[in-house]
Design a protein around this ligand. Structure first.
Ligand SMILES: [Zn+2]
Length: 374
């Protein structure tokens, strides 16, 4: 690795030849990339292509932030990982892959989720931030700290066959101008599903915008939200305007103190409801005086279940009477998000509910058996 940030080694020159040949990049542009530090928050479906392309492009310093470990269910879309890395820290596994791709760059692995305590320090050191998370809490944190420090960031979200992407930069509209509050009933891709190539498509767009921003090239996604429909292969964009009412971009000094306006981070979400680990859930079931309840959709139910009754979450408010008289309702879904919402509904009605932490994905990691054969 050549530590000199103002020249290229012979191997770097060879590696980046196809960039340097482009008049829009050239040697000066490639040096800008070498001198840049990009913070990639989330090493999952979006983070995989973003980090791979930024590393290949020669961005000199990448910091990856993610507190999760590689899971078999990630491999359908998180292409930076390999089967034999299941169980390893995502950022450490990704760092190893990136340095095998390009040993000329520096990659930091931060094995933790983004939180209000660490966001400021992480954002402060970066030239640009790429949001590869899956939740609104993290995006508000990124937005507010980027507004406060005048840093650009590239947003993307994915669900099912649909994606969104935008670049937020100083002087333009920010994420809170677009979403002053988190929309209600947002499903993450853990509970809604996602076609495996979609994060590839959106992640490549994010990497492209990030690279062009650093090079000073046109970035049409600044002040525009791109909507991608991968099912019908349609791309639309809507213009974003800066809101006079938005405290984050109109008074950036106060931004990190803004109310979070939404649920905590996914990882911190556990514990908000009555949740049990798979082993505790099994023990509670065997103790009796309870009913098992699957709150997933009909197609998911038909494909696989571990027994119990079936009431989809969207029908639960109208069908709560069916559960009256039960001592405890043990709720489960795919990943624990919908069962957590079901428990909140039950508790509002004075019923006793608990949620399977991590859902069937967690259950199947430690058990292959059904609880009931019905
Ligand atoms: Zn704003």
């Amino acid at each position: 690795m050549n530590d000199n940030k103002t020249t290229f080694s012979a191997s770097e020159w060879l590696r980046y030849t196809r960039h340097i040949q482009l008049p829009e990049v050239g040697a000066a542009g490639q040096l800008k990339l070498k001198q840049a530090h990009i913070l990639v928050i989330g090493a999952g479906g979006l983070g995989s292509p973003v980090a791979l392309y930024l590393a290949a492009a020669g961005v000199g310093h990448l910091t990856l932030v993610d507190g999760d470990v590689v899971d078999t269910s990630n491999l359908q879309r998180q292409i930076i990982f390999e089967h034999d890395q299941v169980g390893q820290s995502k950022t450490t596994a990704a760092r190893a892959r990136l340095l095998r791709l390009n040993p000329e760059i520096c990659v930091d692995a931060v094995e933790t989720f983004l939180t209000p305590d660490n966001a400021g320090e992480l954002v402060a050191t970066a030239d640009l931030v790429v949001d590869c998370t899956d939740n609104f809490s993290a995006r508000y944190l990124i937005n507010d700290h980027c507004c406060a420090r005048g840093k650009p960031w590239v947003f993307a979200s994915i669900q099912k066959f649909f994606g969104q992407c935008a670049l937020f930069a100083p002087g333009g509209a920010c994420f809170r101008c677009l979403f002053p509050e988190a929309p209600a009933n947002v499903e993450d891709c853990n509970s809604a599903g996602v076609i495996g190539v979609l994060p590839g498509l959106l992640g490549v767009l994010q990497a492209n915008e990030a690279i062009k921003y650093l090079l000073g090239l046109p970035t049409p996604l600044q002040n525009n939200l791109l909507l991608v429909d991968a099912l019908h292969l349609e791309f639309r964009s809507i213009q974003l305007t800066r809101s006079d009412d938005c405290a984050a971009c109109n008074n950036p000094a106060s931004a990190p103190e803004l109310p979070r306006q939404t649920a905590p981070l996914c990882a911190a979400d556990r514990g908000k409801h009555s949740v049990l680990s798979p082993a505790e859930f099994r023990e509670r079931f065997r103790a009796g005086d309870c009913v098992l309840l699957d709150v997933r959709g009909p197609a998911e139910r038909q494909a696989f279940h571990i027994g119990g009754r079936h009431i989809p979450l969207d029908e639960l408010p109208q069908r709560l009477a069916e559960l009256e008289g039960e001592e405890t309702v043990l709720c489960y879904c795919q990943s624990g998000v919908r069962s957590g919402k079901a428990v909140a509904l039950l508790q509002q009605q004075g019923l006793n509910g608990v949620s399977l932490d991590g859902g069937l994905l967690a259950w199947l990691r430690c058990s292959r058996e059904s609880l009931e054969n019905n």
